[in-house]
Design a binder for this molecule. Structure first.
Ligand code: GRF
Length: 210
């Protein structure tokens, strides 16, 4: 069995972040061991299959009856981290509690600004000078867990929500794999409820601005 750090990636749609995470595997010491989706038509499932990565599709319901099966899949695949990459459902508290500090998400804003949806338009409406994307740990509040890393872009005069979305997605494709790499290398790690980066308590997001 390989010693690589195993991750499960959850998707709901296109899966461009999943693709970038998979494609960085040769240079980063992690392995995508499972792709989970609530949407059987998610394009990202085909990307996983083309790389021979096992997939698991579940049907969302209000009673959370799918949860124990998803949980078992992750345990069987021996995953140490759950990566939400365009996963459009809110995971229930019981699930988050059972993977405490083992779930990360990418959100298209400079959190704590603009949690939730329509971030690009909200940034434009406010007249902000900068926009960005954030990788953070997932807790039971929406987009509110501990921030790990961010990538920032300057907003141009002629930007609209689509140009911002495209530029940010491009940044996400570097930021997300790099953050997973830092966790896999134990350079980002939890110790007694504090998050450390390279042995120091993380007080500011790690920045990756290229
Ligand atoms: C990204 O914009 C990400 O910030 C958000 O969902 C989108 C996922 O895109 N959480 P993709 O499916 O990875 O292409």
């Amino acid at each position: 069995m390989s010693n690589l750090f195993k991750i499960a990636v959850f998707i709901s749609g296109t899966g461009s972040n999943l693709k970038s995470i998979i494609e960085k595997q040769p240079q980063y010491p992690y392995q995508v061991s499972l792709v989970v989706s609530n949407n059987e038509n998610a394009k990202g499932l085909a990307i996983a299959k083309s790389h021979n990565i096992p997939t698991y599709v579940f049907k969302w319901d209000r009673n959370d009856s799918y949860l124990s099966k998803v949980h078992n899949q992750i345990k069987q695949a021996d995953c140490q981290l759950i990566v939400l990459a365009g996963f459009m459902k809110i995971l229930p508290k019981g699930f988050i509690d059972s993977f405490q500090n083992q779930i990360i998400n990418i959100h298209p804003s400079l959190l704590p600004k603009y949690p939730g949806l329509h971030t690009h338009q909200r940034v434009l409406d406010k007249g902000d000078k900068f926009h960005g994307t954030t990788v953070h740990y997932v807790n039971t509040e929406l987009d509110a867990g501990k921030i790990i890393a961010q990538s920032k872009i300057k907003i141009k005069k002629d930007d609209n929500k689509d140009t911002l979305a495209a530029r940010l997605l491009f940044r996400e494709h570097s930021l997300f794999p790099y953050t997973i790499y830092l966790i896999a290398q134990n350079r980002v790690k939890w110790r007694e409820n504090e998050l450390y980066f390279d042995q120091k308590i993380l007080t500011q997001p790690i920045e990756m601005n290229e």
